[in-house]
Design a protein around this ligand. Structure first.
Ligand code: ADP
Ligand code: MG
Length: 677
């Protein structure tokens, strides 16, 4: 530890420090008060602990100190601020001031030096330099609370209270991983003394950051390890070998399972035969055939006298699954029901009585008034939208039923480790034979005619065409209008063609009949909002035009594109993009052109959006990562995971690590308890 950081703590008189705890509201910190505390609240900072963990997003090196009165012994310095006349009130003759900024003029001449908009600090007594003369942290601010003000409060908080958070990390781990103490790391991460390279700091890999990043991963992985350990210890259902039902189903299936589907199905069946509850993630690229695998798993439960359910994140998805699965099992005479909160007929009695063998639904499935007679297998189709809490709720609908989590697109390995670290993972890494690669190309509005002629050519070959318009929730009406107008425009442009329209605001029956007409070939073109993202399967459709492609997320574009290329025809995905678009938008479009491999798309998506965004909602139920970055810090993630799982293996109740246990429970905000009960 260096001397400067000691200096920070020693300054502090101790009596006040001791009265504060990590839970002390920021309002009571020096100079904050209720009004500013509300502003801090907007930044998610409520307590002393929060403020210590509110890290700067970057640093500036402001080591050029210029003291200015009217003049000092070397010369004069003229400072200029723009639009900040009110500052004048602050300056008085004879006052000492520190200024920081870019200097214009020749420093050797000592005359005519000027600065524009320098940062400054008025000096009184021996106050440490906060805003100048050091590596200065820059915090995300909010209206009414400037970065500079935050920096001031932060300086006090860090200087006075960073020891309030006790270091909970086992000593062996600190040593084996070469990590610094928590107190030192918190101080250094805010007001670095030791490392002067702001480039390194801004990239987030200094020793202080290393400690904080490691901790974020470690606490996350520790929770996941604990969940996993607890679940393995439970008594679940031991299904016996699959029998006639699955066989009959497979015989009726018009295709053979791919090797990857076979392998994953075996992994699932092996798990289901064990008495420990299964917790398995199944992922794979669009079109790899997850639905059949899910269904065959459900059949195993059903033929053992249990019910199975499938929970989807939206009503539309649930509907699509219901229609597809209903069709697939009709022949073998199973009772499949659909339960969503939007529907009037709610088959709760069939579910409770057990006559409904397969239940498809939304989160309505986990509501209190729904109970199963004998739930054996629950499948969650989640697209990052459900998380550990929903999984736990679903598990309680039976007696430790087996659980499969399916995601619509592949998940990069790092993300799977963080989001689904408590699950075993199966990957369907193969597409059914006969899929043709899809050629994807970006077009601009000026190239509309080219797009029309491509569509004409495809239609005249007897193929069908999708046209997709964006649907963004905040502007639902506007976007709906664009799909409706779009359909009209295409009808004018292609008067001899039959063109259908589907969108989310249509009734299910109406929507279904349009989709059926498209599927049976009585429509040539289907204009749609993103409702066709999943579940639609029309092998004769070989061209998709996505309008305003720059507005879609990368995974969504890939998911949409997966609707074509299913019939053994050369297929084309045309991305109509309206400039100007963001750097990120450009990268997304480029990635779409460059690859059709969902795993590469997912990695690119993760790197464009950043992990925080990729997680989607906080509903995942796992703690936020604040400064850890699962791409940049993959090495730390791996070692943190290893250490966490080792520790839980040795001390599953964390009885020998009470401080760590306490920290873990706070980090997970009681969710670990919730999941246990
Ligand atoms: P996803 O994994 O994207 O959910 P689906 O389960 O919807 O994919 O399957 C996509 C299409 O591929 C469906 O029409 C399905 O019937 C078909 N399919 C699934 N498995 C195979 C297979 N082994 N051979 C041929 N077609 C298959
Ligand atoms: Mg599917």
């Amino acid at each position: 530890m260096n001397s400067k950081s000691k200096q920070l703590t020693n300054r502090e008189s101790s009596s006040f420090t001791r009265q504060l705890s990590r839970d002390t509201p920021v309002q009571y910190l020096k100079g904050v008060g209720p009004a500013r505390a509300r502003l801090f609240g907007k930044l998610g900072v409520h307590t002393l602990e929060d403020i210590l963990y509110y890290f700067p997003w970057r640093y500036e090196d402001r080591k050029n100190i210029l003291e200015l009165t009217a003049a000092d012994e070397t010369g004069t310095l003229k400072s200029r601020w723009f639009n900040q006349a009110y500052l004048k009130k602050l300056f008085q003759k004879g006052q000492k001031i520190v200024l920081s900024g870019m200097v214009k003029g020749n420093p050797y001449s000592g005359i005519g030096l000027e600065m524009e908009n320098p940062d400054f600090e008025l000096l009184s007594g021996d106050d440490a330099l906060v805003h100048t003369g050091r590596i200065v942290p820059v915090y995300k601010a909010t209206e009414g609370l400037s970065p500079k003000q935050i920096r001031t409060f932060m300086f006090n908080a860090v200087r006075n209270y960073s020891s309030v958070i006790k270091d909970y990390m086992p000593r062996e781990i600190l040593e084996s991983e070469g990590l610094q103490s928590l107190e030192w790391s918190l101080r250094e991460a805010h007001f670095p003394e030791e490392f002067v390279d702001t480039d390194i700091l801004n990239r987030g890999v200094s020793p202080s950051h290393m400690r904080i990043v490691f901790d974020e991963f470690f606490l996350l992985e520790l929770g996941l390890a604990l969940l996993k350990k607890r679940e393995v210890a439970q008594q679940g259902i031991s299904f016996s070998t699959s029998g006639k039902l699955s066989e009959r189903f497979l015989q009726a299936l018009p295709f053979k399972l791919t090797a990857a589907q076979d392998r994953v199905l075996t992994e699932i069946r092996d798990d289901m035969k064990k008495s420990a509850p299964m917790n398995r993630l199944v992922h794979g690229d669009v079109g790899c055939g997850k639905t059949v695998v899910a269904l065959l798993s459900m059949l195993l439960a059903v033929e053992n006298g249990y019910q199975a359910c499938l929970m989807a994140p939206t009503e539309l998805l649930a509907e699509q699954h219901f229609i597809n699965i209903h069709k697939m099992v009709e022949a073998i005479g199973l009772k499949v029901v659909l339960l969503t909160s939007g529907r009037k007929d709610r088959p709760v009695d069939e579910i409770a009585g057990g006559s409904a063998q397969i239940v498809i639904g939304t989160h309505a499935l986990i509501q209190e008034n729904v109970s199963f007679k004998k739930l054996g297998l629950a499948i969650i189709d989640e697209q990052h939208r459900f998380g550990v809490v929903q999984r736990a709720a679903l598990r309680k609908k039976g007696q430790n039923p087996d659980i499969i989590v399916m995601t619509a697109t592949p998940i990069p390995r790092t993300l799977a480790m963080t989001l689904y670290g408590d699950l075993d993972i199966s990957i369907i890494d193969e597409l059914p034979a006969g899929r043709k690669p899809i050629i994807t190309k970006v077009f601009f509005p000026s190239q509309k005619d080219r797009v029309y002629s491509l569509i004409t050519a495809e239609l005249s070959k007897g193929r069908q065409v999708y046209v997709v318009y964006p649907l963004i929730e905040e502007s639902e009406k506007l976007d709906l209008k664009s799909a409706i107008d779009g359909a009209e425009a295409f009808r004018v442009k292609f008067p001899e063609r039959k063109i259908g329209l589907v969108h989310g605001k249509m009734h299910q029956g109406e929507r279904e009949s349009v989709m059926t007409s498209f599927k049976d070939g009585s429509l040539d073109m289907l204009v749609a909002t993103t409702v066709i993202e999943v579940g639609i399967d029309v092998p004769n459709a070989s061209l998709m035009l996505i309008v305003h492609a720059e507005r879609f997320g990368l995974s969504q574009l890939h998911q949409l594109r997966g609707r074509i290329g299913r019939g053994g025809y050369d297929s084309h995905c045309l991305l109509m993009a309206y400039p100007p678009f963001s750097e990120e938008g450009k990268r997304r479009l480029k990635a779409m052109e460059a690859t059709a491999d969902g795993f590469r798309i997912a990695e690119e998506d993760l790197s464009i959006r950043g992990p925080g965004d990729f997680f989607g909602t906080r509903q995942s139920g796992i703690p936020d990562l604040k400064i850890a970055n699962i791409i940049r810090d993959i090495g730390l993630l791996e070692s943190a995971r290893k250490k966490a799982f080792e520790l839980i293996n040795d001390d599953s109740g964390l009885d020998n690590h009470p401080l760590l246990k306490d920290r873990l429970e706070r980090k997970w905000m009681g969710r670990l308890e919730l999941i246990k009960s």
